[in-house]
Ligand binder design. Structure first.
Ligand code: OXD
Ligand code: MN
Length: 592
């Protein structure tokens, strides 16, 4: 039997609160060893070496991909599991219809039964981390206890992990407690539970990213959105990108798209050749914490320090920056490999897979070689377009908030909300076709307000009220837009080329913020007129632009009905402001 260490090392003495919690968890989970992570490079290298020696990590071709490893997860454990993800608040209504709910006492009992003795024979790792720059007043800290060394390595890349975070916790005394065990990876015994009222997360039975790297979705979105509501800020599923024009002025955009809809691509976009002098700076690719500043603007930090991106489709053409980023010092999860040990995935123009993501000799009859939700984990600083503003303690000022979804029909290429509250309606109405990032059917349209359906840690009705209230306090609120890169014609072909060419749409958005771009007023908001969007040199099919910028009254009538039906699920808690905006939009549509 082994529980608490006989020698409390110096890390364990930094925070009494953390040490007490670690001791309590050790008494429950009965690990053989306890390892306090200091977050240092030697520790990271040694853990990688050890995991490779144990065969859990497979070193990739050192000549072509130095410092890269492959990890294969259990084949039943390859995506987030929304059906067993719970928000456990005292009052069921506080979690809302958008979350699975369980009473906290019952949830703790159920989880503690699973955790009892689950670390026998294993090492308990204590992972102190800071979400956001270590010296930023906007950052928040947490500690993850896990029995997975793979999780530790990922947390080291994705967060500011180790001694400085623990020292901050020691000073502040407040931290999010995240308890994680891979258990026996039995999908029947897999649960991800959140207790926002006590800043606690318990995750059991999965080693996959979003379920197991507790700093990411569990802390930085579900728990943080609750904290943000209480403290007057926003925790959002948004990339943050800086766009520098040839005059050297940079506008920052915060963009919310559902999982696997191209946030990483947009955050790292390469402008088309005709955009000489324009530069893109990546601040974040998945999560933004947005705080009102003293000057009436909204300021954003990226709480993460790395990327956990979808691999398939990444190549020189679709995302050159990501492609360059993941050529070294990257952990690949569930990709295929070539005979000479290079990582391989669908969308690469060369090489061929020898072994698929499960390690079987590749056979197309078994499906794709790389899992469609295979991932890379890599430090953000490796990105050629990494923005040094990512380290700014006060964050970056946001000019525009952009919502988007994957819609074959309905949503035009881009439109601008009439004002902040209308923008909240636009965000609340986001819908998208589901992707492989979560288990379940792919390609089904579902409502995904603000791209936060899987991540809002409380009742969406209260969340929209909070958005409306926060906006009313901003003297210089960001403008709000909606984009859709995924419109198709009736033959199923994409109408818009996407990727780098999306820069043309971003330019219109920026110039709307500056007040220099034209637009036409429609029932759903302001759209670029045919000459307002720069399409010079773009080879669009005849009629494509008209179709991309059309607002069809019949289609939008149905869309508003669907949005109304969805919002009705929130009953009396729904803010009046949202109902009013929807009624106004329907009246405008009826008048066209
Ligand atoms: C992600 C997701 O992994 O949204 O970022 O699923
Ligand atoms: Mn995401």
């Amino acid at each position: 039997m082994a529980t608490v260490p006989d020698r409390l090392d110096d890390l364990a003495s930094i925070s009494r609160e953390v040490a007490a919690w670690v001791a309590e968890v050790a008494r429950l989970t009965l690990p053989d060893r306890i390892h306090w992570c200091d977050g240092s490079e030697p520790e990271f290298q040694e853990m990688q070496r050890q995991l490779a020696a144990d065969g859990e990590l497979i070193p990739l071709n050192e000549a072509t991909h130095p410092g890269c490893y492959l990890y294969r997860s259990d084949p039943s454990d390859v995506a987030r599991v929304e059906h067993v993800t719970y928000v456990c608040t005292k009052e069921r209504e506080d979690a809302g219809p958008n979350n699975h709910w369980m009473a906290p006492a019952q949830a703790h009992r159920q989880m503690d039964d699973l955790f009892r003795g689950c670390m026998r024979g294993r090492t308990l790792y204590v992972v102190p981390y800071c979400m956001g720059p270590i010296d930023s007043p906007l950052s928040r800290c947490g500690v993850e206890i896990t029995d997975s060394a793979y999780v530790v390595l990922n947390m080291r890349l994705m967060t500011r992990m180790g001694r400085p975070a623990l020292e901050r916790i020691g000073r502040e005394g407040v931290f999010v407690k995240g308890l994680h065990s891979t258990g026996d990876l039995n999908p029947e015994r897999r649960f991800i539970m959140h207790f926002p009222e006590s800043l606690t997360i318990k995750s059991f039975g999965s080693g996959y990213g979003g379920n197991a790297l507790l700093g990411k979705k569990c802390h930085a979105l579900r728990i943080a959105s609750w904290q943000a509501r209480d403290e007057g800020w926003l925790a959002e599923h948004m990339l943050i990108v800086g766009i520098e024009n040839p005059r050297g002025e940079t506008h920052y955009l915060a963009c919310a798209f559902p999982s696997a809809c191209g946030k990483t691509n947009l955050a790292m976009l390469i402008p088309p050749a005709s955009y000489q002098g324009w530069k893109i700076w990546t601040v974040g690719d998945d999560i933004a914490w947005l705080h009102p500043g003293a000057d009436g603007r909204l300021y954003a930090i990226n709480p993460e320090s790395g990327y956990f991106g979808v691999v398939p489709g990444t190549n020189q053409k679709t995302n050159r920056n990501a492609f360059e980023t993941i050529r070294r010092d990257t952990i690949f999860t569930n990709v295929a490999v070539t005979t000479d040990g290079r990582p391989w995935w669908e969308g690469l123009p060369d090489g061929e897979p020898a072994y698929d993501w499960q390690g079987r000799a590749y056979d197309p009859a078994n499906g794709p070689a790389a899992h469609p939700n295979s991932r890379f984990t890599v430090a953000a600083t490796r990105n050629p377009s990494y923005s040094r503003a990512s380290e700014a303690p006060g964050g970056v000022p946001i000019s525009a908030i952009v919502f988007g979804g994957r819609r074959r029909t309905v949503a035009p290429l881009v439109y601008q909300a009439r004002n902040w509250t209308h923008g909240v309606l636009v965000g609340a109405g986001v819908a998208s076709e589901t992707t492989a990032a979560a288990t379940g059917a792919v390609g089904v349209v579902r409502r995904d307000p603000m791209a936060m359906k899987p991540f809002a840690g409380y009742n969406f009705a209260d969340y929209w009220s909070h958005w409306i209230k926060l906006g009313s306090k901003l003297e210089r609120a960001p403008r709000i837009f909606h984009v859709n890169w995924f419109r198709q014609n009736e033959r199923g072909q994409f109408l818009w080329p996407g990727f780098g060419e999306n820069m043309r749409v971003l330019r219109w958005i920026i110039e709307r913020c500056e007040g220099t771009a034209g637009a036409v007023d429609t029932a759903i908001g302001h759209l670029p007129g045919p000459r307002d969007l720069d399409i010079q040199g773009l080879d669009l099919a005849r009629g494509a632009l008209e179709e991309l910028l059309a607002v069809d009254p019949a289609t939008w009538g149905e869309e508003f009905d669907a949005i109304a039906a969805y919002l009705d699920e929130y009953g009396d808690r729904l803010p009046q402001g949202l109902r009013r905006e929807l009624a106004d939009a329907r009246n405008r549509l009826a008048a066209t």
